[in-house]
Write a protein that binds this ligand. Structure first.
Ligand code: SF4
Length: 355
């Protein structure tokens, strides 16, 4: 298909966008590379409505690239608490520091320079250039994949190399040389608000006259889902060791692996004994222990079944003091450390209860 011969796709989409697109998202006003980049990273794997309050808090705390670069990783993870996929926050922080060091604190405007930054893939690099600098680069995020696979009735999981290459080609063909900012937002908005996963609004869709899946009457058959085996289940026991001051012991997790560098609860395996572990590792004597309601947290590649145990403890005189990797924690707004979402909820529920 020749580029820009697009009366079936980009033209009606741009016309539709003027009236029906989203023009007042917080990162659009004011729009600059820092805000666009931040929103694009937050929007990976996360819906707009969830992202908005996080974006607003984050931008208040770190209003510009320099402020983010200067912050500690803990402060950044703290602002990310509950948003999940914490590698995004660690990469965001690293990227801010790299831009300050290598690009004189100016967000780069070259595709390859942006792609070289941590946590930025081809679609995110293109979205930043299109949204912040009006450069005509094609994007291919989840929403765009859904629209294109339906419009062309393309079968096969879009994560497959062959399908992905085909979709990139089509995405490039449709990206106009002008109005890159609007076009990029328009196709994302169409996917998010009209061509939705389970209830596509074909009746109000500006590109329905040429949409193959609509003509076939089966839009929900696209995109083809990934064949996945059921997720494995892992189990863990977590200790809420609460001292006489009402504080709870937290440990910083290793940098690598799930919840990297976040603050979480001590864990126990099946063979370990609560009293022994508490004495040996945390210098605490368990006075009482209560099993709390177990719950499941699902990661992208496994379920984690968590059994929390709440222990009232007394601490030894030579007790573990706040150290680099352990801390007695009380929900204090001034305490800016990164917590995994489910752990934060558990702590809040426990600390709300009277000692
Ligand atoms: S016509 Fe329906 S299936 Fe096709 S792009 Fe529009 S909303 Fe999606």
């Amino acid at each position: 298909m020749p580029k820009n011969n697009d009366s079936a796709f980009s033209k009606p989409l741009l016309t539709w966008f003027k009236q029906h697109g989203r023009h007042d998202l917080p990162w659009q006003q004011p729009r600059n590379a820092y805000r666009v980049w931040l929103s694009e990273i937050m929007l990976q794997q996360t819906q707009v409505q969830t992202v908005i309050p996080y974006f607003e808090r984050f931008i208040k705390e770190f209003p510009n690239l320099q402020a983010l670069a200067k912050a500690s990783q803990d402060e950044v993870l703290h602002q990310w608490t509950g948003l999940g996929y914490y590698a995004r926050a660690r990469n965001l922080h690293k990227t801010a520091q790299l831009i300050v060091e290598q690009h004189n604190a100016e967000f780069p405007q070259d595709y390859d320079d942006i792609l070289a930054l941590p946590g930025i893939g081809p679609s995110t690099a293109a979205a930043i250039l299109a949204q912040a600098f009006d450069q005509p680069h094609a994007i291919l995020d989840g929403n765009v994949k859904r629209v294109l696979t339906r419009f062309y009735a393309i079968s096969g999981w879009p994560g497959k190399k062959k399908i992905e290459t085909q979709l990139w080609d089509i995405a490039r063909q449709h990206t106009p040389d002008h109005s890159a900012t609007d076009y990029t937002q328009a196709i994302m908005d169409l996917g998010a608000t009209v061509c939705t996963r389970s209830k596509p609004g074909c009746k109000t869709c500006p590109i329905s006259p040429h949409c193959s899946a609509h003509k076939q009457g089966n839009p929900c058959d696209y995109p083809t889902p990934k064949k996945r085996a059921s997720l494995p289940v892992r189990k863990t026991t977590m200790l809420l060791l609460q001292n006489t001051k009402g504080e709870i012991l937290l440990q910083q997790r290793p940098a690598q692996g799930i919840w990297g560098n976040l603050w979480s609860l001590p864990e126990l395996d099946k063979t370990e004994n609560i009293n022994q572990i508490s004495q040996q590792h945390y210098a605490c004597k368990v006075e009482t222990s209560t099993r709390l309601t177990p719950f499941r947290h699902t990661f992208s590649h496994f379920h984690l079944d968590i059994q929390p145990i709440h222990c009232r403890v007394s601490t030894h005189t030579q007790c573990v003091m706040d150290s680099g990797s352990q801390v007695w924690y009380k929900c204090d707004p001034a305490d800016k450390r990164g917590l995994p979402g489910p752990i934060k909820k558990l702590l809040e529920a426990t600390l709300e209860k009277k000692p």
